[in-house]
Ligand binder design. Structure first.
Ligand SMILES: [Zn+2]
Length: 271
């Protein structure tokens, strides 16, 4: 793994509220980020988290808020958004998926938002889900990328069919390599010092796994379960379902790559 130290002292404009939903898929719980530029009246929220009233009331105490941003549609990030918006008197909820927007327009790729002293750029990063976005936030000379579940603070993320797509995910990781030494604030796990270093490490990990899955297929594995048996023989039963999702996405990706190269061969040699 590339060097990207865990960061325990956050910049003064960033507050972390961790939701009480720990588990094998959520690590210590969902990270809700509250951001406020120095001296600004209004703050913004990234990922309100699950529908947990105590957690949402703790967020509300840090208001007033300009808007609530959502990194992606998974319930542990977005379920509390509508309730929080109502509690705050109709604060807009902005997400890439129109189904999760309230009182505002969906987030387009490369959209810039003015966050009351914070410059916020939306980076479209599909793959973990088709609606996943990251946020590049500038506060004075500070920059941070909020990665949602595209890159986690610890371990690796799941790319599950049908909403996830491994090819799109690899392209999104490539995009995030453009931010060397920029602080990363993920949807789960600790803050990390360098989002680009982690994006490179994730790319390397995915390529290694794809090579292992290709070897398993060559050895006769033809279902996600058979791939998991060969590639992850010691898998924890609690997360086996996630490994099978990943294996299904990897098989899809490899089969699509095979079909594309066969189609390219056909074009080269019409006979
Ligand atoms: Zn997720």
């Amino acid at each position: 793994m590339a060097e990207s130290a865990e960061i325990h002292r956050l910049p003064g404009w960033v507050t972390l509220l961790r939701a009480p939903n720990p588990g094998p898929m959520t690590l210590d719980g969902t990270n809700t980020w509250v951001l406020r530029a120095p001296g600004a009246e209004r703050a913004i929220v990234i990922d309100p988290g699950p529908l947990d009233e105590v957690h949402l009331r703790r967020i509300a105490e840090l208001g007033p808020f300009q808007f609530i941003l959502v990194t992606h549609r998974h319930r542990d990030h977005v379920d509390g958004a509508e309730w929080l918006s109502e509690l705050l008197g109709g604060v807009p909820v902005l997400a890439a998926d129109p189904a999760h927007c309230r009182h505002g327009e969906p987030l387009d790729s490369e959209r810039h938002l003015d966050g009351n002293g914070l410059e916020i750029r939306v980076i479209h990063t599909p793959g973990h889900t088709s609606d996943s976005v990251c946020f590049l936030v500038e506060c004075g000379n500070d920059r941070a990328v909020f990665t949602g579940d595209t890159i986690l603070g610890r371990g690796t993320t799941v790319v599950a069919r049908p909403d996830g797509d491994l090819g799109a995910y690899l392209a999104s990781l490539e995009l995030l390599t453009a931010y060397p030494e920029v602080l990363m604030l993920p949807g789960h796990g600790p803050a990390r010092a360098d989002v680009a270093a982690l994006a490179h490490a994730y790319l390397e990990h995915r390529r290694e796994r794809l090579a292992q899955v290709a070897a398993a297929v060559a050895a006769g594995a033809d279902t996600p379960a058979a791939v998991v048996d060969m590639v992850y023989p010691d898998i924890d039963p609690a997360v086996r379902f996630a490994a099978e999702w990943s294996a299904a996405a990897q098989l899809d990706h490899l089969r699509r790559a095979d079909r594309e190269s066969a189609a390219a061969d056909d074009r080269l040699d019409p006979l």
